[in-house]
Design a protein around this ligand. Structure first.
Ligand SMILES: NC(=O)c1ccc[n+]([C@@H]2O[C@H](COP(=O)([O-])OP(=O)(O)OC[C@H]3O[C@@H](n4cnc5c(N)ncnc54)[C@H](OP(=O)(O)O)[C@@H]3O)[C@@H](O)[C@H]2O)c1
Length: 256
């Protein structure tokens, strides 16, 4: 296999959570383009079907399975649906997430639990289901958790979000240690600020925009397509000796 071939995902089966829009949609389409069979999951059936259709219209192979990542039953169903359709599971991208902006004193226990459930517990549930149902027996797998620079730098508007993303970077290491004996690589991508629905509100806030453009050396937000190559790389054989790592992709936001 030459070096370029090592970056391809031909014959691999990948689940991408939060594939209905934003970074997850871009990752799903990118993985389909380099040969993976993609299972697109999130709650919105119409949008995940649209992502799957986009992949097939480009000559790829994809299906959509509606999943609420807070539900272990939904997760089991998605992994079973993947095994039924494609017979294996090679890549899991834990990307689904929410980021309500709120001050700690205003965060209700319900909102706190919702963010923890969607951003952190879901990764634990999805990863262990993938490992138990497929990757352990296959003796191979690649798990990619989507964290955030806010797992390292704090925000004064998202205590729950910061906690989940810091947790994910460390959970990545714990998973990597536990599952290395089965040849499963577990890594994390920590995006900076990208142009998606998640950051729409912040983009409408002029003061925040000004702060970001000052803080990001490239003076702009990232586009979803700019996260995709790293996800493909970590899902591929080219990343065979990388595990427990977090890749920061932030246009330099964390430099200073
Ligand atoms: N954009 C950024 O600047 C940025 C920066 C750092 C980290 N991130 C992280 O990157 C990931 C993707 O963010 P994004 O910017 O693409 O956000 P987005 O455009 O708001 O998309 C979020 C995705 O998560 C899915 N999702 C939310 N709750 C879910 C649930 N309970 N069950 C299943 N799917 C659910 C949504 O689908 P449905 O609504 O259809 O369920 C959607 O596909 C998140 O983990 C986010 O924290 C983003």
């Amino acid at each position: 296999m030459n070096y370029l071939e090592r970056f391809r995902l031909d014959g691999k089966v990948a689940i991408v959570t939060g594939g209905s829009k934003g970074l997850g949609r871009a990752i799903a389409i990118g993985m389909g383009e380099v040969g993976a069979k993609v299972v697109v999951v999130s709650r919105t059936k119409r949008l995940i079907e649209e992502t799957a259709n986009e992949i097939t219209s480009r000559g790829g192979n994809a299906i959509a399975i509606p999943v609420d990542v807070r539900s272990e039953d939904d997760i089991r169903n998605a992994v079973k649906g993947t095994m039924d359709a494609f017979g294996r599971l090679d890549v899991l991208v834990n990307n689904a997430g929410i980021a309500p902006m709120n001050k700690t004193v205003n965060v209700t226990p319900e909102e706190w639990n919702d963010v923890i459930g969607t951003n952190l517990t879901s990764n634990f549930l999805f990863a262990r289901t993938a490992v138990k149902s497929a990757m352990k027996e296959q003796r191979s797998g690649k798990i990619i958790n989507i964290g955030s620079v806010l797992g390292f730098m704090a925000s004064n508007m998202a205590p729950h979000y910061c906690a989940t993303k810091a947790g994910l970077a460390h959970l990545t290491k714990a998973f990597a240690l536990e599952w290395a004996p089965y040849n499963i690589n577990v890594n994390c991508i920590a995006p900076g600020f990208f142009n998606t629905d998640m950051t729409k509100e912040q983009q409408e806030d002029e003061a925040h925009q000004k702060f970001l453009r000052f803080k990001i050396p490239f003076r702009r937000l990232g586009e979803p397509e700019e996260i995709v190559p790293a996800a493909i790389f970590l899902a591929s054989e080219a990343a065979s000796y990388i595990t427990g790592a977090t890749f920061v992709i932030d246009g330099g936001y964390m430099i200073w």
